[in-house]
Design a protein around this ligand. Structure first.
Ligand SMILES: [Fe+2]
Length: 180
């Protein structure tokens, strides 16, 4: 019943298009990705050495939880049920992040460099995904969804820039003198 009601509120006339299906698939993919990232970030926080990096990832964990609920709003705004479908790319990136934690020494800045590297790969995947989804939402006439996706896109870009600042501002330079 909910679906029928929601569908009647949709006025874009694109519901049956292949592009709409592609857009929905991308949404389901990133919904899974964000949920799993939220579970993985605490391990990165625990593994980080510098307080600056810990704080940055802690803040991004809060943002990530917000990205999950914002995606629920995106689904709702287009009259679709929020469904998560396994994102192989994010699963691979998070697996690699875990491996980096086991391959680097606890309490070192080299480990922070590894964490930043893994986190930035995740951010870049998300930036590409949200950029595409925002554009598709606009093309499909989903104005509210486009705005919501853009809000997350900006936060992902900021998180990525902050990681670059931390790496270039302190972590990389300090890691340079650590012996293997
Ligand atoms: Fe996110």
């Amino acid at each position: 019943m909910k679906t029928a009601t929601s569908k009647s509120t949709r006025t874009t006339g694109v519901e049956d298009s292949a592009l709409n299906e592609l857009f929905l698939d991308e949404l389901k993919d990133i919904f899974w990705a964000e949920k799993h990232l939220a579970k993985a970030l605490p391990k990165m926080i625990k593994g980080a050495t510098s307080e600056e990096l810990k704080t940055a990832i802690e803040n991004h964990l809060q943002e990530t939880e917000n990205h999950v609920s914002r995606l629920e709003n995106v689904f709702e705004s287009i009259g679709e049920k929020a469904v998560a479908v396994k994102c192989e790319a994010m699963a691979g990136l998070l697996k690699e992040a875990e491996e980096l934690l086991t391959e680097t020494e606890k309490g070192t800045l080299t480990r922070d460099v590894a964490i930043i590297s893994a986190a930035q790969k995740v951010e870049h995947y998300e930036i590409a995904s949200y950029g595409t989804m925002k554009t598709l939402a606009t093309v499909l006439g989903y104005t509210e969804a486009a705005d919501l996706l853009d809000a997350t896109l900006q936060e992902e870009k900021n998180a990525d820039s902050l990681l670059t600042q931390i790496a270039e501002g302190s972590v990389n330079g300090q890691a340079k003198s650590e012996k293997k």
